[in-house]
Design a protein around this ligand. Sequence first.
Ligand code: ZN
Length: 419
Amino acid sequence: MTLPLTADSIWWAGRLHTGAALHPTTALHHPHAAPLSHPGTAALDQPNTAPLHQPNTAPLPQPGAGAFHQTHAAALPQPGTAALPQPNAATSHQHDAAVQPDDAALQPHSAAVTHPDISDFSLATDFSGEATRLPGTLLPGLVDAHVHSALVDLATVRAGGISGVWDLGGEPSTVAALAKDHQRRKMPYIRYAGPFLTAPGGYPSDRAWAPAGSWRELRSPADAVEAVAEAKAHGATLIKVTANAGGPLLSPAIMAAVAGQGLPVVVHAEGPGTVRLALESGAAYLAHTPWTEPLDPGLARDCAARMTWISTLDIHGWGEPTPESVTAVANLRLFRSYGGQVRYGTDLGNGPLPPAVNPREVRLLQSAGLTPNEILQAMTGDGLSWIPGGLDLDPARFADSLATARVLDESVHPAVFPR
Ligand SMILES: [Zn+2]
């Protein structure tokens, strides 16, 4: 029988709880059956459609609206959760030899925690009996929603506190093999998008870092349908499309055909007109906060109603302010003022970024107006993270506190105490 997990505090559903525990749920065989008990990703695949912040939003052309409403369902088969976590399944008694017979009942024993996932638990604010107790703060797994697995050492990324990543463009069979093998190789779980879909000669087919097979040219809507089906067959639960105004662009009809296939589409939108093209084609995500020019408020408002943006603010300057980072932060602030949803993502593999929780990205999100709690909502998803020294929600210390996160797994042997 598995025990509840407890810690000095637990960050759950937007706030920090003390005296609470995470109880293994009975839904172990259906880890995603109850998204409401899964605070980290509840908002993740549901672009903000609440009209509250946009009373004047006119209905948009909806070539890809089908994909819009299917995004959550499409995300269900997540390779990262295929192997069911079994906390405490291998309870260890290795320390029992040291326990004196007369005070054995007072001694903690230790418990192995094997790849637990936040979706296997529900929060109980009051609990009794034995629990696996950790110091510090427990929280849903920290997810980087924009990485390139081939360009970064994912085992290092996991050791740096990241429990899950979204691969947004890579050679499909390589990424699929990594995703399958993520536990054995001690990598984050990997959700992935398959190859970059682009116009003939379009970005990134002209870039040295993009190996053969990591991009695929689309010449027609039929091509788009075939490419998405192939990505799905490789296990992709997202589709990446590029729209870089510096080169050939896909037609709106082809973009809409991609978005009409039932997988959420992530668009790399770079340059004039590309954000609108992504929006009107039915894309669910932008891979980057727009950085090339200030966004028109009406466009930002329409994006907020239909899309989630992946942040990637720190790729512009890596800690030094640049015109691009200033523009991106201002665009994100505007998007958020209309209720737009954000996911934390860093574009790992692109430039000198820390292969870990990136405190600079966190600070830039703060500079765009997100509170520590809002940033946690933008970062958390599958898996289970742990901040051994305790999470500090003070805005001045939050980023550095979060950067000490670890992924909770079998390497952690917390004590089991009677309560
Ligand atoms: Zn990228």
